[in-house]
Design a protein around this ligand. Sequence first.
Ligand SMILES: [Zn+2]
Ligand SMILES: [Zn+2]
Length: 261
Amino acid sequence: MDRIGGTARTILAAPSAPDAPAPQANMLPGVLIDGVQWTGHSGFRVTVGRATIYIDPYRVEAGPAADLILITHGHYDHFSPRDIERLAHPGTKLVAPAAVAERLAGDVTSIAPGEALEEDLVRGVGVRALAAYNTSKRDAAGDPFHAREAGWLGYELNVLGERLYHSGDTDVIPEMDGVAGVDVALLPVSGVYVMTAAEAAEAARRIAPRLAVPMHWGHHIGTRADALAFRRGVERSCGVEVRLMSPRADAGRSAPLYFRK
Ligand SMILES: [Zn+2]
Ligand SMILES: [Zn+2]
């Protein structure tokens, strides 16, 4: 090996050397995001190897059967028995807050805010439940749409070392500090029952994920304008990347799963 070749090799090898600078904090997530698909509203499909996880499936048109389904709370646009029936098979594991779990049959695990599942229901995937509740969104009678006492949930998934946070229906709450630095944060932006776009931008600033994805828009509440307002708010307040996903893409297609404009 001549000197020039040796030098070139050294330069090529430099980024992975032990004393190389740490990767930038805002680098895009690794493989996790490639396995995350928006199925519309607050519904997502997460593919981990051969396993399929759904969070709050609602009017999912097509897709592989579920190995694990996570439900955040009992509102019909998050807990949809029809979708669960369609996506589940006899071995599907279901995880939900107590009030939802008692309405489900099969392999059901009830979980409360702050709890983590001890065993992996899907190999390589850890599940932790976080609180989700309103601080400022109330109905005509003055009651929060999502009361803290209800024990409703957001979820943090640890997928082979990468972390995903699905906030559920919530306002900005101190419990979000517990998911600071996750790789991907899925945040509602519609207002009315959940965070407004501006409040969701504050949540993104506080959580500082590597990537934030707006949800809870595009069905009967929340518009594309809300998702775009969220992205503008995040761009103004912090360097977090925002990705708008398209709910039209499904598992069988090679079309882009998201678009930026
Ligand atoms: Zn709700
Ligand atoms: Zn909702």
